[in-house]
Design a protein around this ligand. Structure first.
Ligand code: NAD
Length: 360
């Protein structure tokens, strides 16, 4: 198959980790007989430097036409001035909004070889396999906000709004994913307090009753979910929730496997390209040192092949290659636990070598 893919390295370690993912995509195309046309663009701080805009039209245009986008990370101290006209993160919010990427998928599945890197006990973490589906383009992050004064003191307000259609479409994505997994869907809300959550709960319930009645479906309050995620994470399969709760719970969940450097994510819309990225940031503290872990980005590339290009065999091959490299004991600094570690390029090369073995 032929596919147009846009690579957006971004800032900090972004260019280093995208370079390794690019090699893996090129090698996958060669091994499986595909043609991936890879085009690079600028987003975040580097785009502010070059164009004064964290997501210039020059970047957005090819993204609209592509089948999929692979992003490194954006941001860094250089662009942190709170009085600056714009910020790198605005590029991320804009690309999600412009491409209608309303569902963020984050798999949380610890690797057997790294179970001891988890801050949780082995018996709690072994066997965990959760897919978070977070609503990404609505809720409080996109609501009106005001800063004013009342009775001589400052008052700040952020509005949280969800429409039925916004809830329905993300619950559908989560429910369809649950059907392909263990058939268990959990919806997380705060319906005991928030009106928005009461609409969320009613809507999710009716989508499941109408079209996904085969699922084992339950609802959990967000505060309880924060506890369950630590005490009994094995009990969950697919978890769907709104933007704010999802932001917090997915970061909590990302700690279960013990390293940020191993977790990919996908942001999907209705038709159009999907956006794939590691969940970690631009790690400015280690940028340019050649020690960043490229595996989350390589795994994001595998997710991209599976979800946007329907290339499951190729995605499986990359994921198996990564698992084999970890099983063989190779580690970048972030997952070495103080032991022997290798650099970004060496890790990428090991994955390539393993990919060749898996595909042959
Ligand atoms: P971070 O994820 O960049 O780094 C947190 C810690 O994890 C750092 O010590 C870093 O060195 C380490 N780390 C992260 N990824 C790693 C990797 N692949 N290999 C090895 N170690 C890794 O989070 P932060 O420090 O809070 O944020 C840094 C910058 O990234 C900020 O400007 C922030 O706004 C931005 N950020 C961007 C995104 C994104 O682009 N999606 C997400 C989060 C943060």
């Amino acid at each position: 198959m032929r596919a147009d893919i846009v690579l957006l390295p971004g800032d900090g370690i972004g260019p280093e980790i995208i370079a390794e993912a690019r090699k893996v995509l090129d090698e996958t195309a060669r091994l499986f007989g595909h043609e991936f046309a890879l085009e690079e663009g600028e987003i975040g701080g580097c785009a502010i430097d070059a164009y004064g805009d964290p997501l210039p039209e020059k970047t957005l245009e090819p993204c609209r036409k592509a089948q999929a986008i692979l992003l490194g990370a954006v941001g860094g101290p250089k662009w942190d001035d709170p009085n600056a006209k714009t910020r790198p993160e605005k590029g991320l919010l804009k690309i999600r909004k412009e491409l209608g990427l309303f569902a963020n998928l984050r798999p949380i599945k610890p690797y057997a070889a790294l179970i001891d890197a988890s801050p949780l006990k082995r018996h709690i973490i072994e066997g965990v396999d959760i897919l978070f589906v977070r609503e990404l383009t609505g809720g409080i992050y996109f609501g009106d906000s005001r800063l004013g004064e009342e009775n001589g003191e400052e008052v700040a307000t952020n509005e949280m709004t969800y429409r039925t259609s916004e809830i329905e479409r993300v619950v559908r994505v989560a429910a369809a994913a649950a059907q392909k997994r263990k058939g268990h869907l959990t919806s997380v809300d705060k319906a005991n307090v928030l009106e928005v959550s009461r609409l969320w709960r009613r809507t999710a319930q009716s989508v499941v009753e109408k079209d996904f009645s085969d699922l084992n479906y339950d609802v959990v309050l967000v505060d309880a979910m924060a506890m369950h995620l630590i005490s009994r994470p094995k009990d969950f399969d697919v978890v769907v929730t709104g933007n704010l709760f999802g932001d917090i719970l997915t970061d909590e969940g990302s700690m279960l496997p013990g390293s940020l450097g191993l977790l990919p994510s996908a942001s999907l819309g209705e038709g159009g390209p999907g956006l794939y990225e590691p969940i970690h940031g631009s790690a400015p503290d280690i940028a340019g040192k050649g020690i960043a872990n490229p595996l989350a980005t390589i795994l994001a590339a595998a997710m991209m092949l599976r979800h946007s290009l329907d290339l499951s065999k190729e995605a499986d091959a990359i994921e198996t290659a990564v698992e084999n490299v970890l099983n063989a004991g190779h580690r970048t600094g972030d997952i070495a636990g103080g032991g022997k570690s290798i650099g970004t390029v060496e890790m990428g090369e090991l994955v390539l070598a393993e990919l060749q073995k898996v595909a042959s």
